[in-house]
Design a protein around this ligand. Structure first.
Ligand SMILES: Cc1ncc(C[n+]2csc(CCOP(=O)(O)OP(=O)(O)O)c2C)c(N)n1
Ligand SMILES: [Mg+2]
Length: 325
């Protein structure tokens, strides 16, 4: 599909988009093997397969914009510019991690990068992004806030409340719903009856579109339109992106018996957003190889440094945990 940004992005922007998606993929594939070898603690939800959503949406943002993420948040963090070394240390619970090793996968945050946090509460990012968007409105700032929400989380009451508040207050916020076809082991045809979440958003008086979440350019164009609308005072929008995950719901505990035979193999063979992107962007083998080598080396370093890093000091146990105002 020929989309607006496919033609308008320069070579450097295309290579940067590939670098972001390739970093997410390498990070997630490596975390999967680290977890399988018993090296990695905690609860981990992998984002591989959905890279074009995080990269496409964050590609439409500028510095100073904010995102609020989900329990499946590594891809969002990487796309928003978080350091993968700090992220890997966080996953290992080590000093120097994004939250000094005390948050783990589901709490990675970096306010300086505009990453308001992964979130263990389904749809927890939606009201957070509304708050961040309200601050822009009240303080007269120009930042836009994005909430990433899963298809299952879109059934949470807090999500509907957020859509309502956002339209009532005309907040500069974009809701990005990632329909990866499952909420844990429950398929969307059981919990949404096949209904696009975008149709629900329209009932709140909000522009909403549904796009192929494995198509970087389709996601980026839809996000750019929504971000521009938000920044120029046009209020909230919703972008629904459909893209399956390559791994189970959660590392270590999901045999994926609820998925059809060969479903993941087919996803990897036919719906790989990185392969689609390279073809659509016309990147050469040498262009991708340069990125691949750099990215793989960076992930290797991140893992080695995370393993070698010390645990946080006991004296740090309560720092950054409680805030007094
Ligand atoms: C408020 C709340 N209820 C239940 C859960 C347990 N839970 C964790 S992930 C999940 C499913 C989320 O599905 P979806 O929103 O589609 O995101 P995905 O895992 O597919 O990325 C649930 C129910 C939770 N974390 N928070
Ligand atoms: Mg889901």
């Amino acid at each position: 599909m020929a989309t607006e940004s496919a033609g308008s992005l320069g070579r450097e922007e295309l290579i940067e988009a590939y670098r972001v998606m390739r970093t997410i993929r390498a990070f997630e594939e490596r975390v999967h093997t680290e977890f399988a070898s018993g090296e990695l603690p905690g609860a981990v939800h992998l984002y591989a397969g959905q890279e074009a959503v995080a990269a496409g949406v964050c590609g439409a943002l500028v510095e100073g914009d904010y995102i609020a993420s989900t329990h499946r948040g590594h891809g969002h963090a990487i796309a928003k510019g978080c350091d993968i070394g700090a992220m890997m240390r966080e996953l290992y619970g080590k000093a120097g991690g994004s939250c000094n090793g005390k948050g783990g996968s589901m709490h990675i945050a970096d306010f300086e990068r505009g990453m308001l946090g992964a979130n263990g509460v389904a749809a927890g990012g939606a009201p957070l992004a509304c708050g961040s968007a309200l601050s822009a409105k009240v303080l007269g700032k120009s930042h836009v806030s994005v909430a990433f929400v899963g298809d299952g989380a879109a059934n949470q009451g807090s999500f509907s409340e957020s859509l309502n508040l956002a339209t009532v207050w005309q907040l500069p916020v974009v809701f990005v719903v990632e329909d990866n076809f499952y909420a844990q082991a429950t398929g969307t045809r059981y919990h949404l009856r096949g209904l696009d979440v975008a149709r629900r958003a329209e009932a709140f008086g909000m522009p909403a579109v549904t796009v192929d979440g494995t198509d970087y350019f389709a996601v980026r164009d839809a996000a750019a339109t929504a971000v521009e609308r938000a920044r120029s005072g046009g209020g909230p929008s919703l972008v629904e992106c459909k893209a399956g995950r390559f791994f189970g719901h959660m590392e270590g505990f999901d045999q994926q018996g609820y998925r059809g035979a060969g479903e993941v193999d087919r996803l990897r063979a036919e719906q790989d957003c990185l392969v689609k992107f390279v073809t659509a962007a016309g990147l050469s083998t040498s262009e991708t190889a340069d990125v691949d080598v750099t990215v793989d080396a960076a992930v290797e370093v991140a893992v080695a440094e995370a393993k070698a890093a010390p645990s946080p000091e006991l004296t740090e146990l309560l720092t950054d945990v409680y805030v007094s105002y």
